[in-house]
Design a binder for this molecule. Structure first.
Ligand SMILES: *[C@@H]1O[C@H](CO)[C@@H](O)[C@H](O)[C@H]1NC(C)=O
Length: 312
């Protein structure tokens, strides 16, 4: 195709999740309620972890960072989707789309590293309790979360470097409600087979690899607990099965979006709802709000706030 015959693409059009008006109304209400829950739940966690000195340990730093990422992931896509559903104006500028892809991969990459770090933290706490304090030192506290952010950034830059200079010459319809590489690449006016392969190799295998790593580490934790005593197993099973549920729900859609070879069945955009609206609620609910120390900390903060209000 001769690209000089076409004006360059300045914006993309989202098809959204559905074109039926009643379904759109339902989605609008559904996503508004879920988004508010995501924001409140995760802000509560970030706030508690930051302001309660008793929670300044690796596990809670990781949880706080996870909540922060969930909050950002949701904010990156859901408000735009809500406003599109409300106004019917489903466009995004070219720069906006590239920006969304970039931030999405920084956050997604960091979240994966954080989930691994959390599994390692649990593994050390349960299987090597005597070494916990030496392995999870204050240095580790800083290293793990910042390492997660750096790896997310590298992952995103590495992918975007390949695609920012793709020529676009007309087609600009994205069958989804947010921008991501698989759809973006397909719209370029050159043969993008190599690009698609690169995305599958980079994002796809990272998702798949992390997923297996997590399943293996949780299984080995369960196995250790099981060998030690049968009494501890049921408790560990209930905690870890909750963690495994989140891992499956988070990685399932990623693996689908990047590795599903049949683009004619557009299930990926529906699965993406899991990552932007469901797991950001499950993470605080499962990892944090069920946790005894966390509940105590929230009660402490609450009473401190009440006292502060009474002073003036
Ligand atoms: C994220 O981790 C860093 C440690 O590297 C910590 O200082 C920070 O408070 C954490 N963020 C949250 C929101 O918990």
């Amino acid at each position: 195709m001769n690209k000089t015959n076409y004006p360059p693409v300045s914006e993309f059009v989202f098809l959204g999740l559905s074109t039926s008006r009643p379904v759109q109304h339902f989605l609008l209400a559904f996503s508004a309620v879920f988004y508010v829950t995501v924001v409140l739940g995760n802000i509560l966690v970030v706030f508690t972890v930051t302001f309660d000195a008793h929670l300044h340990s690796p596990m809670y730093f990781l949880l706080g960072n996870l909540s922060f990422i969930d909050l950002c992931l949701s904010t990156l896509t859901v408000p735009k989707m809500i406003s599109d559903l409300y106004s019917g104006k489903n466009t995004i500028s070219f720069q906006g789309c590239v920006m969304q892809i970039f931030v999405l991969h920084v956050l997604g990459g960091s979240e994966m590293v954080l989930l691994i770090a959390m599994a390692v933290d649990r593994y050390v706490a349960i299987c090597k309790p005597l070494h916990y304090l030496t392995i999870m030192s204050p240095w580790m506290c800083i290293l793990l979360p910042s390492g997660a952010w750096v790896i997310g950034l590298i992952h995103s830059v590495a992918q975007l470097a390949f695609v920012v200079h793709l020529p676009f010459c007309g087609p600009n319809v994205i069958d989804s409600f947010y921008c991501d590489l698989p759809w973006f690449i397909k719209l370029a006016c050159i043969d993008t087979y190599n690009m698609e392969f690169m995305v599958t190799a980079n994002s796809g295998f990272i998702s798949l690899g992390t997923f297996f790593l997590l399943i293996v580490s949780y299984t080995s934790i369960l196995f250790t607990v099981w060998k030690r005593s049968s009494g501890g197993l049921s408790k560990a099973l209930s905690t870890l099965s909750a963690h495994i549920t989140v891992v499956v729900l988070f990685f399932g859609p990623c693996i689908f979006v990047y590795m599903w070879p049949f683009p004619t069945i557009p299930v990926d955009k529906f699965l993406a709802i899991l990552d932007f609206m469901i797991t950001p609620i499950l993470n605080p609910a499962i990892y944090t709000l069920r946790n005894k120390d966390m509940k105590l900390a929230m009660r402490r903060l609450c009473s401190q706030l009440l006292i502060l209000r009474k002073i003036p």
